[in-house]
Design a protein around this ligand. Structure first.
Ligand SMILES: Cc1ncc(COP(=O)(O)O)c(C=O)c1O
Length: 359
């Protein structure tokens, strides 16, 4: 049997019970799941495409791929041909299966950030490869690796990698023939800093060779329940992924394809959602700081990466005693032992409750 990491969330259950016992009820800031409504533009498109008896295209409808390319151009200054876009069933499945789909071989090392979304590690293991968490590519020396993940803005830290940093990663990878997969699911949620795509000319210097950008509609459009994302970039890699995914039946349902195209074409709902998160962040961050917590990085995305100087589990307990549930930094790698991840994905009412409990 494949050795997979323990699913760590079970360890949070006692703290969940503690937080639930608070007279004002629990404020759950432990997960980044959207809580606001699915935008009407999506529901209408989904309903209009409800009569979809035939198999959907693994490649996605031309309308969906054009909408994705249009969004990348309009919002992120990235030019891709619609033929170099491939829909995915949310982005988690692609993160988990990318090493396998690309033919990474047992024993090879898949590189990802030291503090990271746990699925990069899982994806390496599913391919029989070696997960390797590091922020220092130079430590790899002359070793050739097949795949390097970057994630900006980061889950869990909210750190943004500037174009110059990403350019160095791309140059390093190109020298070794490595593929760079850039998980950009929080790209529209820059606060103090402006996230840039790996496919932007300032990073890739005009060539998408060996580059893949991975996108998700979950956060931008409150779409986590619809399961919609896409991957775009190097035409050769996109073709290869398409070929394998066709054989494997990895296709986005047709009504979801229609709804995804509709939300990618519409910026108004995304701006509205961004404003909701901006407001929640604007009250929660200073409340934490006033209560003696230090917030680090967190310049973008949906999380505050915070510490009160004690160990992460002590911090989880201290907040659970106030009825606030957060995630211990350890879930994202050993380097997170002194931090907690606090999501801003709760309703205004719950965020305000957290603010008053922190006073
Ligand atoms: C860094 C990162 N990548 C990928 C995902 C997966 O998102 P989804 O599968 O909803 O697109 C998440 C979800 O929280 C995430 O934080």
């Amino acid at each position: 049997m494949l050795a997979l990491p323990d699913f760590p969330w079970d360890r949070l259950v006692p703290y969940q019970d503690l937080a639930r016992a608070h007279p004002g009820g629990m404020v759950d800031l432990s997960v980044g799941t959207p809580v606001d409504p699915v935008p009407p533009v999506a529901r209408e498109a989904l309903a209009a495409a409800a009569d979809s008896p035939g198999y959907p295209l693994t490649y996605g409808t031309p309308r969906l791929r054009e909408a994705a390319a249009g969004w990348l151009r309009r919002r992120h200054g990235v030019t891709v041909d619609p033929s170099d876009v491939l829909p995915t069933i949310g982005s988690k499945e692609l993160v988990a299966w990318l090493p396998t789909l690309l033919g990474v071989r047992p024993g090879e090392r898949v590189v990802f950030p030291e503090l990271a979304y746990p699925t990069y590690d899982v994806g390496a293991r599913l391919a029989g490869a070696e997960p390797y968490a590091t922020d220092g590519l130079l430590a790899l020396g002359p070793e050739r690796v097949p795949l390097v993940w970057v994630n900006s803005p980061s889950n869990p830290t909210g750190r943004v990698l500037p174009a110059e940093h990403l350019r160095k990663v791309v140059a390093w990878a190109r020298e070794r023939g490595a593929i760079v997969a850039s998980d950009e699911c929080y790209i529209e949620l820059g606060w103090e800093e402006h996230p840039v795509s790996v496919l932007h000319p300032d990073v890739c210097e005009g060539s998408h060779e060996n580059l893949l950008a991975v996108h998700s509609l979950s956060k931008r459009s409150n779409f986590a329940g619809y399961r919609a994302g896409f991957v775009a970039g190097d035409p050769r890699l996109v073709r290869r992924l398409l070929e394998v995914r066709k054989h494997a039946g990895m296709m986005m349902p047709a009504p979801v394809q229609a709804a995804t195209a509709a939300v990618l074409d519409d910026d108004a709902h995304a701006d509205e959602q961004r404003e909701r998160y901006a407001r929640r962040r604007a009250v929660l961050r200073p409340a934490l700081e006033r209560a003696g917590w230090r917030v680090e990085h967190s310049a973008a995305g949906l999380y505050l990466w915070a510490t009160d100087g004690t160990g992460c589990w002590d911090q989880v307990r201290a907040l659970a005693e106030r009825g606030i549930l957060v995630a211990p930094g350890e879930f994202y790698g050993g380097a997170g032992r002194g931090h907690v991840r606090i999501a801003i994905t709760a309703t205004d009412e719950r965020v305000d409750a957290a603010v008053s409990r922190l006073q």
